[in-house]
Design a protein around this ligand. Structure first.
Ligand SMILES: Nc1ncnc2c1ncn2[C@@H]1O[C@H](COP(=O)(O)OP(=O)(O)OP(=O)(O)O)[C@@H](O)[C@H]1O
Length: 433
């Protein structure tokens, strides 16, 4: 791991990418309105894949980008690489705004920015020999003559941990890990400054993953590379990153130096992610959900803080006078009603299950009692709507989007628990999970 200098190579400002939801790839999300994500504040036809994201990557550092599937990591990478046009925002590379470059200048710049994808097979043409694959970007950029390209390709094969005589072989003769090494040699052939690694080890066996990560670190030292390392795997992110950006539903939730993030996570989403690091189990190979509840649709993201519908630390509405323990009980009731996770036989048993006596705030007490009556009468949706309207939607978390803010560029968090606001919040409970 290299020590970063305060010298940004990449600077992203207000980067936004929205898709028209009819454009094809959208799928797998709950589109129908439910109590968890109303009121809808956005045009329902727009997938807000990346929304107003700003960060810097220092020369020589590895910034890890982590978040659950579908949170916008790959879209962000593709926009950074100019494979997709941003809807809004700017990308500066060495202080040059990429959007303002001429076509020819951008073409030249492209060689400085390379990407490695998850599937090592997809970018290797099975009909081509390894040498030709590695030389292809050099040819496209008019680098060296044929003999020079061959010499460089053979050297690069050794740099990435392969043998120079593999030059004459075909990709199918190699394992997944070796193919990813060929991809690395190919990306490095044009001497890039910045490499985006999009889940580069996710398709590989755990033992191979560690070897590739070590090679990536050696290559970073040798070639002075800057990395954006994208992964949903927190242990990989911890191993490789200098700093980490945590993404949730198109936005950055937290940015911090790696050990600060793992030792002292500030955002409730980061805390939940860290709490759910799975213990490695070779028998379970499928994707597992890391947090309770579903990620809301990026078509209709929740108002305010996008994590608030799953947040265990939702802030109490300022107008209610509830003790911290009372608000915790209300939140637990609200979550359980929304998920219908209990049997509601009679009002008394529901009350004693969730509440420790009557609530001290008379209005809150009336609301909770009415919600319990709805639940007992099997009107779960009405109970959910009532609790959401009277509690969740009145929270500052629902009414205002917390900015990514902090003491320094390196340590920032987007959460009202950590933000000074102009609005008086008399009841900021829920700081712990
Ligand atoms: N071309 C597209 N058209 C419409 N929606 C898209 C398109 N590409 C991505 N999306 C949507 O944008 C959101 C972000 O997707 P993205 O692939 O960037 O997430 P991710 O964090 O990389 O997920 P994963 O780890 O599963 O690859 C998702 O809701 C996805 O369905």
């Amino acid at each position: 791991m290299s020590s970063p200098s305060a010298d940004p190579l990449v600077r992203v400002s207000g980067l936004t990418k929205h898709f028209d939801s009819s454009s094809g790839l959208f799928g797998g999300y709950e589109l129908s309105p439910n109590g968890l994500n109303f009121p809808f504040t956005y045009d329902p036809d727009v997938v807000r894949a990346v929304d107003d994201v700003s960060f810097e990557i220092q020369r020589g550092e590895t910034l890890g980008l982590v978040g659950e599937s579908g949170c916008g990591k790959s879209t962000l990478a593709r926009v950074l690489l100019q494979l997709l046009d941003p809807t809004d925002g700017d990308i500066y590379f060495e202080d040059e705004n990429l959007a303002e470059l001429s076509k020819e200048a951008l073409r030249k710049r492209r060689k400085d920015i390379q990407i490695i994808f998850q599937d090592p097979q997809s970018s290797l043409d099975p009909r081509m020999k390894v040498g030709a694959i590695i030389e292809e970007p050099m040819r496209a950029h008019g680098m060296l003559d044929a003999a020079g390209r061959e010499e460089r390709a053979r050297e690069l094969l050794e740099s990435v941990g392969l043998e120079s005589q593999y030059y004459d072989r075909h990709p199918h003769e190699f394992s997944g890990g070796q193919r990813q090494r060929i991809n690395l040699a190919r990306a490095l052939s044009v001497d890039p400054e910045f490499v985006v690694l999009d889940e580069p080890t996710s398709a590989l066996d755990v033992s191979i993953q560690a070897q590739i990560l070590n090679t990536l670190q050696e290559l970073q030292e040798e070639f002075g590379l800057t990395y954006l390392f994208i992964s949903h795997d927190l242990s990989v992110i911890r191993h490789i990153s200098d700093r980490v950006a945590v993404m949730y539903l198109g936005e950055l939730a937290e940015v911090a130096p790696v050990e600060e993030l793992f030792e002292d996570p500030k955002h409730p989403y980061t805390r939940a992610l860290l709490a759910s690091i799975p213990i490695p189990d070779p028998r379970s190979r499928g994707k597992r959900s890391v947090l309770e509840g579903d990620v809301p649709s990026p078509i209709n993201p929740p108002s305010g803080c996008r994590f608030r519908t799953r947040c265990p630390a939702l802030i109490a509405p300022a107008e209610y006078d509830l003790a911290e323990a009372e608000w915790e009980d209300v939140r637990a009731l609200m979550r359980a009603v929304t998920r219908r996770s209990f049997d509601a036989d009679d009002a008394g048993s529901v009350r004693s299950r969730f509440l420790d006596g009557r609530l001290s705030d008379a209005h809150c007490e009336d609301v909770v009692q009415e919600a319990i009556e709805h639940v007992v009468a099997d009107r779960w949706e009405r109970a959910t709507e009532l609790l959401q309207t009277e509690f969740a939607e009145r929270s500052i978390c629902a009414r205002s989007d917390p900015p990514l803010a902090g003491d320094s560029e390196t340590r920032r968090v987007a959460c009202h628990l950590h933000t000074e606001t102009s609005e008086p919040e008399t009841n900021r409970t829920g700081g712990t999970m």
